[in-house]
Design a protein around this ligand. Structure first.
Ligand SMILES: [Mg+2]
Length: 187
């Protein structure tokens, strides 16, 4: 019984990561287009900006523009509440899904269906193994994992962070966190 439980917990914590980047902003948009990405689903808190910021930084604005210039549609997908997510996304003129329920994939699957998106033309970028990568894996969408960009997290994230570290360590040990540049053929 005990080993069954341990097995199930470890299965739950296993994640498949397509690529890793220190932060979203270092990724050449060509990496996404060369991987056939049309819509990039981007986590908000600690991927684009700190959860304390209600308006996007210039860095975030600039990068979103670069993606759009490359023909990619950025789409914000956040577990945070509507008010916070809409304020931020509206400033960027982006569509969004708030209260996304990550790591569960029910809402994203519904959205993919409604929009008529093809999963092989999507990628998810996020800073969390448990939630972002969890949803991506369940929905069969390629996952780009980033490090968090600022130190502070919302209290709701603290528990996930406890799991995040060993999950990352495990992925590194198994050679499963490939830097995006290696996949893009650049150093
Ligand atoms: Mg996040």
């Amino acid at each position: 019984m005990k080993s069954f439980l341990v097995y199930n917990v470890s299965m739950c914590l296993r994640r498949k990561i397509f690529a890793h980047a220190k932060e979203l902003f270092e990724i050449d948009p060509g990496f996404f287009t060369s991987n056939n990405v049309r819509v990039l689903l981007i986590d908000l808190d600690n991927t684009l900006d700190s959860y304390r910021l209600y308006t996007p930084t210039d860095r975030s604005r600039g990068y979103i523009k670069r993606l759009q210039d490359a023909g990619i549609t950025p789409f914000i997908i956040s577990n945070n509440k509507g008010k916070r997510v809409s304020a931020y996304a509206n400033e960027l003129g982006l569509e969004y899904l708030h209260s996304a329920g990550k790591p569960f994939a029910r809402k994203i699957k519904k959205l993919v269906k409604e929009r008529g998106w093809k999963v092989n033309e999507l990628m998810i970028v996020g800073d969390q193994m448990v939630t972002d990568a969890g949803m991506a894996n369940k929905a069969n969408i390629r996952m780009v994992l980033t490090d968090k960009i600022v130190k502070e997290d919302q209290w709701t994230t603290h528990f996930n962070r406890l799991l995040d570290r060993p999950m990352r360590k495990r992925a590194v040990r198994k050679g499963q966190l490939k830097d995006w540049r290696t996949l893009y053929g650049k150093d």
